[in-house]
Design a protein around this ligand. Structure first.
Ligand code: GYE
Length: 328
């Protein structure tokens, strides 16, 4: 812990100046570790689990770090409490995956006043003062949504009706806001596109299964749904379960399920035809976050906005080997 080490040095020089015996220092290798306090959203999705694993694989003692990892169980209050604790512990860096965009000004101001840099990962925060964070590393969610919308446009080019069920992720999160904005904009632009409903799936399979089952039970005709726009893979899994139980066929001749993340299980569903489009969202952000911290350690100012490259998959781009080799 670099900061503690500094304090210890000060105490030691003070003690030697006043002639008392120096306090025996602890394990010096331990003192050199960079301490990272990390506040993770939770474990709501396969993407999230892969994201946490990517962080834990990089921020190890062998690599020179002590990682204090806190799982907020999808509650912003828990994230705020964790950050306050990291400030008290005088960590060297705070890494925050914010559940939603609003409500961060005060606690990030406290971190700034304590001189602790904050790195945002995955989602963004909506704060007035951009100096409250050093960098944001994650995906461009609007671009992901636009990729999905362009694919839908390509499948229905002739003005035929496109009736869409939209299942949203955690409301107010950057991933939800970007993916929703792209769809809503496209619906406004295409006269033949109709938003049948917007359901809150909270990025989880269980919640989606529940809301989608309920919705389908009240829908008069199976012909009514053309596209189910799922804001992550776990939403897609819940929707597929409900669609199957409701007797709907999925795929190019039935309901086109569109999803985001493109984790291994979703790609399998894509290969077998149940999911029509999987838009990639890369959770393996650990190495980029580590590089950013190393740059800051070397005295550099990191790039403020760091987006990762992503692609889209339909069954045509997939093979079992590609899916088996995928890291998440
Ligand atoms: O798509 C979803 C997760 O913010 C990119 O959150 C992330 C999203 C991801 O729970 O699976």
């Amino acid at each position: 812990m670099k900061r503690t080490f500094m304090v210890l040095l000060l105490v030691l020089s003070f003690c030697s100046a006043c002639g008392s015996k120096p306090i025996p220092s602890g394990d010096s290798a331990e003192e050199d570790l960079i301490v990272v306090g990390m506040s993770q959203v939770g474990a709501e999705s396969d993407w999230r689990v892969a994201n946490s694993e990517s962080m834990k694989a990089v921020f190890t003692e062998e690599n020179g770090y002590r990682l204090l990892f806190d799982d907020a169980r999808q509650q912003q209050e828990n994230q705020i409490t964790a950050i306050r604790k990291f400030i008290q512990q005088q960590v060297d860096y705070i890494v925050l995956m914010p559940i939603s965009e609003s409500g961060w000004d005060s606690v990030l101001q406290e971190a700034k006043e304590a001189g602790i840099p904050v790195i945002l990962v995955d989602r963004m925060v909506d704060v007035e003062d951009e100096s409250l964070y050093s960098a944001h590393i994650g995906s461009d969610f609007l671009r992901e949504g636009t990729a999905a919308v362009e694919w839908i446009e390509s499948v229905y080019p002739d003005g035929e009706p496109v009736r869409i069920v939209h299942i949203q992720g955690t409301l107010g999160s950057t991933a939800q806001l970007g993916r929703t904005a792209a769809l809503e904009e496209a619906v406004a632009l295409h006269e033949n596109w109709e938003l049948l409903t917007q359901l809150d799936g909270d990025f989880t399979q269980a919640k989606t299964y529940e809301v989608m089952t309920e919705y389908l039970e009240h829908l008069p005709s199976k012909e009514d749904v053309d596209v189910v726009y799922c804001e992550n893979d776990n939403i897609a899994f819940g929707a597929l379960q409900a669609l199957e139980e409701g007797g709907y066929a999925c795929g190019r001749d039935g309901v086109n399920v569109v999803t985001f993340d493109a984790t291994r299980n979703a790609l399998l569903d894509c290969l077998n035809g149940n999911i029509s489009l999987a838009v990639e969202c890369n959770p393996l952000l650990g190495p980029l976050v580590e590089e950013t911290i190393q740059a800051m350690e070397a005295g550099h100012t990191p790039e403020k906005q760091q987006y990762v490259e992503e692609r889209v998959f339909t069954a045509a781009q997939l093979t079992t080997t590609l899916i088996e080799e995928r890291e998440y």
